[in-house]
Design a protein around this ligand. Structure first.
Ligand code: ADP
Ligand code: MG
Length: 704
């Protein structure tokens, strides 16, 4: 039998554990594994041996270059390629790759966003090998390149990227979780890691049509566009049959991802027309983060092969659903215990209840921070804007846990029962008997317990998952540290731990909400409960440097005040620059495409009125005249809005960088953009389609 394609290609481009074992001398491999497990500093000899093995393997696969692959604050990945070539003594080339080159790189840091860190410190930046995420090969027109996942820091050690705080946060949560586990007698656990499975939503549109839309090219979303006659109202796209062209894309995407060791698992059509989703099997947080970056990169690349364009923007089209990323997250020990698995009898599972209490406390205490971690300019179109999920952070626990929690709150710290799943009655005898879960799902919750993990559903689709995950890890680590501090000194552990669970739940119960997160009632109810409702990214940014946050991130060694302050600046800058590009694109399209086309149409209409009149002075030209008047008046409105947008965009440039400028962009420029869009979209529905200068929503969403 022929080998299955998955078996054939899986991991062939990854320098994984098997390859290491194959290529390294036995004793070196052993000490390498030991270093990895203990987290100790890497010995130079081992680094040299690993580098040599890596190089041999890469050369066998045709690699000419290597690169330190890193994740600066731009949110996308960066790389600078070096060939393996080294000065040769005779005329033959010598190919070299040393341990030093593997461990450390020195890209010039001066052109990456650093939010003032560079001004205070140095232009020098270092990339440091993240030896816990395997190196991989990437093949493109440049040839084959060996990519080494790295973290990126300044000369004085400040994090200049998203990976460094993620790695720090993984150590933080491991340290605190292990303290708790010791108290429960789990002395064999040495390390705890966070598992993450991100579901990735995306749109695919025809590339020829994409190339005719400057807004998609420059900003990733449509800045104009009237709704198509059909949207998502029939619910016929969600889980619908996948079109051949899309299926061919998905097949290719899977193969490319499997080659890179990404555990691509599910694929389906999403709610909006032309929208799809892919989810991998979960992996350790840093690997999952690397993989998600690769997923986004490979989606874009593979789409082009099919003459498609992959849109990862959170809101490419107004009026239909946008795209997000669901971040499934859990904590698992190195002995294989999922600490968020309630088991069959959660009410008796004190260890689980304590970790659950830590998550509830962490989320309630740091809701603003979590909200910020999921924000980017694109996600502002979703969060709090009547689309999945609302901007208010709440936790969905489901019927079973809600019931256990009620018992704990009411009773004397000991809950006595757990609701069980039971059997599903379909009313059809030929169908097999299905056991159902103890809890239904809730699609409207931003932070939902889903059986043995939490699903953080607020993330924007284009966002790096590093930020949300280092935030989650850090806040939960902090809650666990409080717990460990308290419990390590008590005499009667059993009763103290139950008391602590009860006390924590009573204090933070307000963040738990099992109802409909999309309803207006919830907004007022949340307000009564005192839960924050932060409507935009700009309003969320200051929480990154509020006292509470600085204290927490410093205590967990994830980010210090200086690093946090730099991130505040970067966030404001990203917001302002994004809206500025959008405004300039609108000015360009309105001035050079829409308005001239509308004028041509109007001229044609006026000519036709004149010629009809000339042919017969009695002819009724009321239809043409009405159209002419309507369009002329909308055109005048558009021209006025365009002038205003130009004016306020110029004004924005003179505002003080940071909060003031970002707020101006949000409140003034963004509003002016909407005022320009409205008349043009209205005109789109009236003007003869032969005159319309760009593909419409109908063309983009339905003609893939
Ligand atoms: P759904 O859309 O129904 O929520 P999916 O199958 O699309 O489910 O995605 C669920 C994601 O959760 C997958 O990436 C899966 O690997 C991940 N996942 C499952 N168990 C865990 C866990 N213990 N920790 C983290 N992620 C998990
Ligand atoms: Mg999901």
């Amino acid at each position: 039998m022929e080998t299955n394609v998955i078996e054939k290609v899986f991991g062939i481009d990854v320098f994984n554990d098997d390859r290491m074992r194959e290529k390294l001398p036995k004793d070196v491999y052993k000490s390498w594994k030991k270093t990895l497990e203990s987290g100790a500093d890497l010995d130079t000899d081992i680094a040299n041996a690993v580098a040599h093995a890596m190089k041999e393997w890469a050369l066998e696969h045709g690699a000419t270059h290597y690169t330190h692959w890193f994740q600066p604050m731009t949110g996308v990945t960066a790389e600078k390629h070096d060939s393996f070539l080294s000065p040769a003594t005779d005329s033959r080339p010598v190919l070299v790759f040393s341990g030093k080159e593997l461990i450390k790189g020195e890209p010039d840091a001066s052109s990456f966003p650093s939010g003032g860190l560079r001004a205070t410190f140095e232009a020098r930046g270092y990339t440091a090998w993240d030896c816990t995420s395997p190196a991989f090969l990437r093949e493109d027109a440049a040839g084959v390149t060996l990519c080494i996942p790295t973290a990126f820091c300044s000369y004085t050690g400040e994090a200049l990227d998203k990976k460094t705080p993620l790695l720090r946060s993984m150590e933080a949560i491991s340290k605190q979780a292990v303290r708790i586990l010791r108290l429960f007698g789990y002395n064999d656990v040495k390390k705890v890691s966070c598992s993450v499975g991100p579901e990735q939503e995306y749109f695919l549109v025809d590339r020829d049509k994409y190339l005719q839309r400057k807004d998609l090219i420059f900003t990733g979303r449509t800045l104009f566009g009237a709704p198509a006659p059909k949207g998502q109202e029939l619910d016929d796209h969600y889980f619908g049959t996948i079109k051949e062209r899309i299926a061919a894309f998905m097949k290719d995407l899977n193969i490319e991802l499997w080659k890179l060791g990404v555990l691509s698992k599910t694929q389906h059509n999403e709610v909006a027309p032309a929208q799809h989703e892919m989810a991998p099997i979960f992996a350790t947080a840093n690997i999952s983060t690397d993989h998600n970056q690769l997923v986004m990169e490979v989606m874009k690349k593979v789409a082009k092969r099919h003459n498609l364009e992959c849109l990862l923007h959170e809101k490419p089209f107004a009026g239909v659903n946008g795209s997000g990323k669901h971040n499934n997250w859990s904590i698992i020990t190195d002995t294989g215990i999922n600490l968020l698995d309630p088991g069959k009898k959660p009410h008796e599972n004190t260890l689980f209840l304590l970790f659950l209490a830590a998550v509830i406390k962490a989320v309630d205490d740091n809701a603003e921070l979590l909200r910020l971690s999921a924000s980017n300019p694109g996600n502002d179109h979703r969060l709090g804007a009547n689309e999945a999920p609302p901007a208010i952070i709440s936790i969905f626990l489901g019927e079973q846990l809600e019931d256990v929690i009620e018992q704990i709150v009411k009773g004397d710290a000991d809950a006595s029962s757990s609701i069980q799943g039971g059997q599903l009655d379909t009313g059809v005898h030929v169908l097999p008997v299905i056991r159902k879960d103890a809890t239904d799902r809730n699609r409207t919750s931003p932070f939902a317990f889903t059986g043995n993990k939490f699903e953080f559903r607020m993330l924007g689709s284009s966002l790096s998952i590093a930020g949300p995950n280092f935030t989650l890890n850090a806040i939960v680590a902090d809650a666990l540290q409080d717990f460990a501090d308290e419990l390590e000194s008590v005499e009667n552990f059993d009763s103290a731990v139950k008391e602590l669970i009860k006390k924590t739940i009573i204090e933070h119960k307000k963040v738990i909400f099992n109802g409909d997160g999309y309803s207006d009632d919830w907004i007022s109810e949340a307000e009564r409960r005192g839960l924050p409702n932060i409507k935009s990214m700009v309003e969320a940014i200051p929480y990154l440097v509020c006292d509470k946050t600085v204290k927490l991130f410093e205590r967990q060694n994830v980010l210090n005040r200086v690093e946090l302050e730099s991130r505040v600046e970067i966030n404001y800058e990203i917001y302002s620059k994004t809206i500025n590009i959008e405004a300039k694109t609108m000015i360009d399209m309105a001035g050079k495409q829409y308005i001239p086309s509308i004028i041509s149409y109007l001229t044609n209409l006026a000519d036709s009125i004149n010629s009809v009149k000339a042919a017969s002075s009695d002819a009724d030209v009321s239809v043409q005249t009405e159209l002419l008047n309507k369009c002329s008046s909308l055109l005048a409105q558009a021209q006025k809005a365009l002038a205003n947008l130009k004016k306020v965009t110029a004004e924005a440039a003179n505002k003080e960088e940071g909060k003031e400028q970002a707020t101006f962009f949000k409140e003034v420029v963004f509003t002016a953009m909407e005022e320009l869009r409205a008349p043009i979209d209205e005109l789109e529905m009236i003007v003869d389609q032969d005159y319309w200068p760009v593909p419409t929503y109908g063309d983009l969403l339905f003609e893939v």
